[in-house]
Design a protein around this ligand. Structure first.
Ligand SMILES: C[S@@+](CC[C@H](N)C(=O)[O-])C[C@H]1O[C@@H](n2cnc3c(N)ncnc32)[C@H](O)[C@@H]1O
Length: 156
């Protein structure tokens, strides 16, 4: 977490363009509505574009990143989501899951998702996580979309 707290000030400048491309792809595949959770939202640059469609909650363990997001937010980790079962209509996570214990995080994501919820998870192609997902078939029911540095997994 220290790394993200340190770079918090320059995070948007460094990553906005790249993250926006991923969000634009997600928006081609899902129709966001209702209550949205963004897991590992950081400064909320990937949360913001969804605000016009959804009531959004940005979740992140980095206080310094999260304080830069003006909307609804909660300091927490993907592995322990502080929400009731079947709460969210949309769940997104943009380039954050490589920091998590993926099995715990996915268990939590599926717990707090409504059965009908739309889910979009982006994963760095070069990460160990990408290999684990492939090897263990953890998101095999998701549509997998190629987006430069990331795979984008969509359930709609
Ligand atoms: C590359 S940044 C992506 C931030 C944001 N999603 C975006 O599109 O700009 C990775 C984020 O994952 C967060 N993170 C680290 N460990 C996490 C965990 N266990 N659960 C949820 N998020 C975590 C970091 O604090 C950071 O904000």
């Amino acid at each position: 977490m220290e790394y993200y707290n340190k770079i918090a000030k320059s995070y948007n400048e460094l990553h906005k363009e790249e993250q926006s491309k991923k969000v634009n792809i997600i928006l081609k595949y899902i129709r966001p509505r209702g209550l949205l959770l963004d897991i590992g939202a950081g400064t909320g640059i990937s949360t913001k574009p969804f605000e016009k469609y959804c009531m959004c909650i940005a979740l992140d363990p980095s206080k310094e990143l999260l304080k830069r997001y003006r909307g609804n937010k909660i300091l927490a980790k993907a592995e322990k989501l502080p929400f009731k079962d079947k709460t969210f209509d949309v769940i997104i996570s943009v380039t954050a899951l490589h920091h998590t214990n993926i099995k715990k995080a996915l268990k939590e994501i599926f717990r707090v998702a409504k059965p009908s919820s739309q889910i979009a998870l982006t994963v760095l192609k070069k990460s160990k996580l990408a290999k684990i997902l492939e090897k263990e078939g953890l998101l095999e029911n998701f549509k997998k979309i190629d987006s430069e540095k990331d795979w984008i997994f969509i359930r709609r």
